[in-house]
Write a new protein. Sequence first.
Length: 280
Amino acid sequence: MTTAVSDELSVELRGFRKVQRLAYECAEAVAARLRPGVTEREAAHMQREWLRARGVRDWFHLPFAWFGDRTAFVNFRLPLQFFPTNRRLEPGMPFILDMAPIYEGHTADIGYSGSLGTNPVQDRLMADLEAHRELLLREVRERRSLREIYEDVDRLMVRQGYANRHRAYPFGVIAHKVDRVGQRRWSPHVFGFGTQSLRGLAADALHGHREGWSPLWSPYRFSDHPPRPGLWAVEPHLGFRGTGAKFEEILVVTDSRDPEQSAFWLDDDLPHVRRWAEEK
C-alpha cells in the first residue's frame, strides 16, 4: 500500500487488495490469449472462467470486453450496448477488459486497456491517464466535492484533446463505492450485476440520500459533497476518434486529518502504474 494505516484497517484492506490483484492477473492472462477473430463474448467468457477456476463465485458485475471503437463507447445510448457482442478482434485493434469479482467477501472492479499489436493512439491515451490518477488523489485529499473533482477531470481531458467517455456510463459516473458482501457459494445476478452488490449499493444510496451524500461519483448535484470515507472504484475513461482507454482501481478514503492517510490508492503495483514507471 502507499501509506501506513492502522493495523485493523490494513487487515481489512489486504482482502480488497488481494481480489483486485487477482482481477488484474486475470486481465493480463486473458489479454495474452487474445488473437485475431476472438469475439467480445469469448473474451468475457475467458475472464469469467479464469476467475471461477480460482474460486470466484460472486460478482459486482460480470466481465465485459470492448473491441475497436466500442472502447470509446461510440454511439452508446442504451445500457444493453455495454454488454459483450460478436465484434471480432483484429490486428492493431484496441480493447478494454472490465471485471468486478467478489472473493472472500471483498469486491474489486478493474479496467484493463490494451491492443492486439501496436496502437499508438491508445498508447498515448494510456500515457495521459497518469495525470488523471494524480489529479484525483490530490483533490480528494484536499476534500474538494466529488462534483468539482469530476469537473476538473473534464477540464484536464479537454486540455489534452480528449472526450470524456465515462459520461456514457449510467448516471455519468467516474466512480462508485464498493463494500464487503456476505459470502455465499453462489449468488444470482440481474442484467449482469450481482444481486448482493446491488442491494448494498441501493442501501448506501438510501442512507446517503438521508445524510446528503451519494455512493455514485457523478457530474450531478447529488455528488456535490466531499469524498465519503470508504472504498471507491475509480475509472477515468478517455476517448479520441474511436479509440478509448481507461484504468479502474480502488481509491481508499478515510477520515484521517493526515493528508497522506486521508486518501491513497489501494495498490501501486498494478499494470498501468508499472507501465508509467517504465516509460520514465
